[in-house]
Structure formats: structure tokens, C-alpha cells
Design a protein around this ligand. Structure first.
Ligand SMILES: Nc1ncnc2c1ncn2[C@@H]1O[C@H](COP(=O)(O)OP(=O)(O)OP(=O)(O)O)[C@@H](O)[C@H]1O
Ligand SMILES: [Mg+2]
Length: 301
């Protein structure tokens, strides 16, 4: 049985469709990355999966529980770290953990055991008496994670857990996620960072409420047809304009950092002989550019 299964899950706000017919499955113990631009429906989807928001139509099961009918039971079973996670600044680390332990109705024995484990997992043992207000963003995030898994949930929903923290803290946070996954916890995580996405077992890409792809990072990279070429340039836009005026057969052309990326229809690269080009393997960023343009039918045909 998958840990999570959605069938045509839809959420409207008035006439606006925030999540449109999303269907997907997540395997037990895997890490599923949920990607998409701002406002594409990630948080709305996650809130439905946590039993916090009712779907307009469609259905979903998490750990075998119906997300609409069994939402109360679901809330107790899952772990959820919201985009604006809520810690109490004027309480210490350990007081925050005790507060969350109380919310999950842990016995005092369980509470003590799990708080000890969570302090170790998050590396916060030496800081347990510190006020949360005095912790850096990275430590706060690890504490928020610890609070959300005190009750040992088999599935964990993380909504942009690493936004606004430094790279070292991000890496430490991900080490914890891998550990949890190795121990069998299923993780669904939203992120804007492509390097984080690369390390997920599967990735779903949501755009304007539609799940436009869902697969392993390797398989997603295989969907780009033709040959992808990178040309270093100090002025990608100027080079792009000059390409548009030439009779070169390409499917797409777009700036990527200090480079121009050209997706050629075939492996015939003779037109590019005057440029310092390199044939490259697509990154996930290239995949998402391709997916969005295919979805909008903006590719040259
Ligand atoms: N309660 C609400 N009422 C009306 N519109 C809403 C509500 N909640 C979300 N929306 C709209 O639904 C769309 C999807 O929002 P959502 O928060 O799910 O996006 P997101 O992908 O999480 O974005 P971000 O990356 O910025 O967190 C947005 O256009 C948002 O304004
Ligand atoms: Mg969001």
C-alpha cells in the first residue's frame, strides 16, 4: 500500500482553482519533493493532505485514512511543519518540546524518552535551556522539525522547511531528513532549491495548480528531446536576440545564469561552429523550463 494516494484532488477558492485534479502516489519510506513556483498550489495541497483544509472534489488517502472523512484521526498520526512554523519565542527549547508533546497527548514516560531522542537528533542537547528567541534560523528550523515528529509519525509533511537559512544549516536539516527516511518515515517536502530536489526519490512539479510531471529525477531528465547546448556569454539576452534572427532550428532558447541554453531539435550542431558551446546534460532547472513551456505550448514547433 502506498503511504499516500491522491485521485483528482481539487481545491477551489471561489472561482479560482488553486489545485486542479492532482493524482499521485507516494511509496512508503520515500522522499517526495514537491516543486513549483510561488502560488502554484503546494501549501494548499499539503494542507489538504494533513486534514487541515477540505478538498472541493476528488479524494485522498494518507496512511489508509481518508483525508476528508478521517481528518481528525489523520492530524494525530502525521507530522506537519508549516511554511510559517510556530514556535514559542519566549519559551525555552525544552519547554517548546514539552508543549508539543502535550498536544500529541504523549504519556510522561513517552514524552521524556522522545524529547531526549529529539534533542539528540536535532543536535540541540546543549541548548535545551536556551530561549527560542535567541536561536538562529537554522536551529529554530531543527527545533520545529523535532516538535513536529515527537509523536513518531510514519509520514512527515514539510512545507518549505529550509527557506531563509544558510547552506550549512540546510545540509544539516537534510541529513536529519535522510535519517528519518532510512528509518522508514515517508517524507513529502516542498522546496525551491534544485539541489534539494535532486536528492529526492521522486519529484512532483506543480504549475498553476496542475501536477505537470511526477517521476524520479533521472527519468525527468530523460523527457527533454533533442540536444541541449550551453553557450557561455556575458550578455545572454543579446545573444538570444541574435539567435532569434538566424535560421537555426531550435526547440527552445533561454538564458541560464551566465549562459545561454539552446535546445536543438536534432544532434546537428553545425550551425553553432562559431560559438564556444558545450553539449550538456539537462539539469532539473532545464527540465522545469521545458515542462512549463510544453504545458503552455510555447516551444517552437
Ligand atoms: N484561503 C485562501 N483563499 C483564497 N485564495 C487562496 C487561499 N489559500 C491559497 N489561495 C491561493 O491559492 C493559490 C495557491 O496558493 P498556495 O499557498 O498553495 O501556493 P504555494 O505553491 O504554496 O506558494 P508559495 O511557494 O508562495 O508558498 C495562490 O494563488 C493563493 O493566493
Ligand atoms: Mg506555500
Amino acid at each position: 500500500m502506498p503511504a499516500l494516494e491522491l485521485n483528482n484532488l481539487t481545491r477551489r477558492f471561489g472561482d479560482f482553482v488553486a489545485v486542479n485534479n492532482v493524482s499521485l502516489q507516494i511509496k512508503q519510506g520515500s522522499i517526495y519533493g514537491f516543486l513549483g513556483p510561488n502560488g502554484s498550489g503546494k501549501s494548499t495541497t499539503i494542507r489538504m493532505l494533513c486534514g487541515l483544509l477540505e478538498p472541493t472534489s476528488g479524494s485522498g488517502k494518507v496512511l489508509g485514512l481518508d483525508i476528508a472523512k478521517d481528518s481528525e484521526a489523520l492530524k494525530q498520526k502525521i507530522g506537519y511543519m508549516s511554511q510559517k512554523f510556530s514556535l514559542y519565542d519566549d519559551l525555552s527549547v525544552i519547554e517548546n518540546l514539552r508543549f508539543y508533546g502535550g498536544l500529541y497527548s504523549l504519556s510522561s514516560e513517552q514524552m521524556q524518552k522522545r524529547i531526549g531522542e529529539m534533542l539528540m537528533l536535532s543536535g540541540l542537547e546543549k541548548r535545551q535551556q536556551e530561549l527560542v528567541a535567541n536561536l538562529s534560523g537554522g536551529w529554530k528550523q531543527r527545533l520545529a522539525l523535532a516538535c513536529s515528529i515527537l509523536h513518531n509519525p510514519p509520514i512527515l509533511f514539510l512545507d518549505e522547511p529550509t527557506g531563509g537559512v544558510d547552506p550549512v544549516s540546510r545540509r544539516m536539516f537534510w541529513e536529519i531528513i535522510y535519517d528519518l527516511s532510512l528509518q522508514g518515515t515517508t517524507v513529502m517536502v516542498t522546496t525551491h532549491f534544485m539541489d534539494e530536489a535532486e536528492h529526492c526519490d521522486e519529484i512532483g512539479f506543480i504549475f498553476e495548480g496542475n501536477l505537470i510531471a511526477s517521476d524520479t529525477p533521472d527519468n525527468l531528465k530523460k523527457i527533454i528531446p533533442g540536444t541541449l547546448v550551453e553557450i557561455p556569454t556575458s550578455s545572454p539576452m543579446e545573444l538570444l536576440e541574435s539567435f532569434e534572427q538566424q535560421a537555426i532550428e531550435y526547440l527552445d532558447i533561454y538564458p541560464s545564469g551566465a549562459n545561454l541554453h539552446v535546445l536543438l531539435k536534432s544532434d546537428n550542431i553545425s550551425h553553432l561552429s562559431g560559438y564556444a558551446y558545450e553539449i550538456i546534460k539537462p539539469s532539473l532547472e532545464d527540465v522545469f523550463v521545458y515542462l512549463v513551456k510544453s504545458y503552455r505550448r510555447e516551444l517552437v514547433s
